[in-house]
Design a protein around this ligand. Structure first.
Ligand code: DAH
Length: 341
């Protein structure tokens, strides 16, 4: 019996080394652990053995070994697949020249379209909004009066006529509420601007995708459900989300929404600064003042809003390490993304 198990152990190790797909692992599992597998055969063989107790223990420990080796191999396969998906199996290479003369889509366009499709399937309309707005729409209508400290975080570029380049897609909330009234489900992607010094993670020009859902009895549960569904679709896996309190004058309560890190599965790695979570999407329940300012009665309706960082999402999805590449003029390198559409 001992020799038999030893032989099987050697065979198992070599077959495990060759099993590089989910299917081959499954075949290995059936071959060893299945009803008619090797271990079942060993059990049958027990009949003819004198020292059944020792032989039974040997078989059992071999069985445990096989089970845990297969489980470990499945786990590493799953992680490798997620890793490839999230970081972009084809890593973005800014120095690669285009092999073709045809134009191609920008990664931000691809990410925008993908998220738009998901929200369309959930009954949201897509709104297109201005890049130049006034102080009222960008700040005051959002419960950020003049001299409010929240304005410090959002310095921008002003035009001679007093208008400004919008600092966030939230600037369209007021106009959309006035256009449609309640109930309302809309998303509005757009380019935003901030007067900031740039580095690999900061740009003066970037994209967000704002969303609002307003109806009777909308609660935080609706917010969590929609965000979880949307993010699971975007990342093509069941994401876990976590809400932390966050302050934004136009929502009450306001949250920072994190998703569990796909690269380490939540255990902690450099990509998530060892926390297991990635900050992705501030959100909250729309402040009653903001609803009233948009002409919607806060006693009758409630709603949630979120501001997804589209640029950040595209960087995560396509493995773009430096945000400045996205606004750069190297159009040739965009060709790497065309396979996605
Ligand atoms: N507009 C905010 C920003 O750019 C993000 C944001 C936070 C949008 C909370 C929201 C929200 O809709 O509910 O910093």
């Amino acid at each position: 019996m001992k020799e038999k198990i030893e032989g099987l152990r050697v065979r198992f190790a070599s077959e495990l080394g060759e099993a590089v797909s989910q299917e081959s692992l499954e075949a290995l599992r059936v071959g060893f652990l299945g009803k008619k597998g090797e271990i079942a055969e060993l059990m049958k063989g027990l009949r003819d053995v004198a020292d059944k107790k020792t032989a039974g223990q040997l078989i059992n420990s071999f069985k445990n070994e096989v089970e845990s080796a297969i489980a470990d191999a499945e786990e590493s396969l799953r992680k490798a697949a997620i890793d490839a998906q999230v970081r972009g199996a084809k890593k973005y290479n800014p120095t690669l020249a285009s092999p073709r003369e045809l134009g191609s889509y920008h990664p931000i366009t691809l990410a925008t379209r993908e998220v738009e499709e998901i929200f369309i399937s959930m009954g949201f309309t897509i709104e297109n909004y201005d890049e130049i707005v006034d102080d009222y729409r960008c700040f005051e209508a959002l419960n950020i009066p003049k001299h409010h400290p929240a304005r410090d975080m959002q310095d921008t570029y002003y035009l001679d006529n007093g208008q400004l380049l919008k600092t966030h897609t939230s600037a369209a909330q007021n106009a959309i509420m006035k256009k449609y009234g309640a109930p309302l489900r809309a998303i509005f992607p757009g380019r935003c601007f901030r007067n900031e010094s740039t580095d690999a993670c900061h740009e003066n020009t970037f994209f967000q995708m704002e969303g609002m859902m307003i109806d009777e009895n909308i609660s935080i549960s609706n917010l969590i459900y929609f965000m979880k569904t949307m993010l699971s679709e975007v990342f093509k896996r069941d994401v876990k989300v976590r809400l932390r309190p966050g302050f934004f004058p136009f929502v009450e309560p306001g949250f920072e929404l994190d998703i569990n890190c796909a690269i380490c599965g939540g255990e902690g790695c450099p990509s998530c600064k060892n926390s297991g979570w990635l900050e992705l999407c501030p959100c909250g329940m729309i402040h009653p003042n903001v609803l009233s300012e948009g002409g919607i009665n806060p006693d009758e309706y409630t709603g949630f809003a979120f501001g997804l960082g589209l640029t950040r999402l595209a960087m995560m999805k396509y493995g773009v390490k430096d945000i400045r590449d996205l606004n750069g003029a190297n159009l040739n390198s965009l060709d790497q993304f065309t396979e996605d559409k």
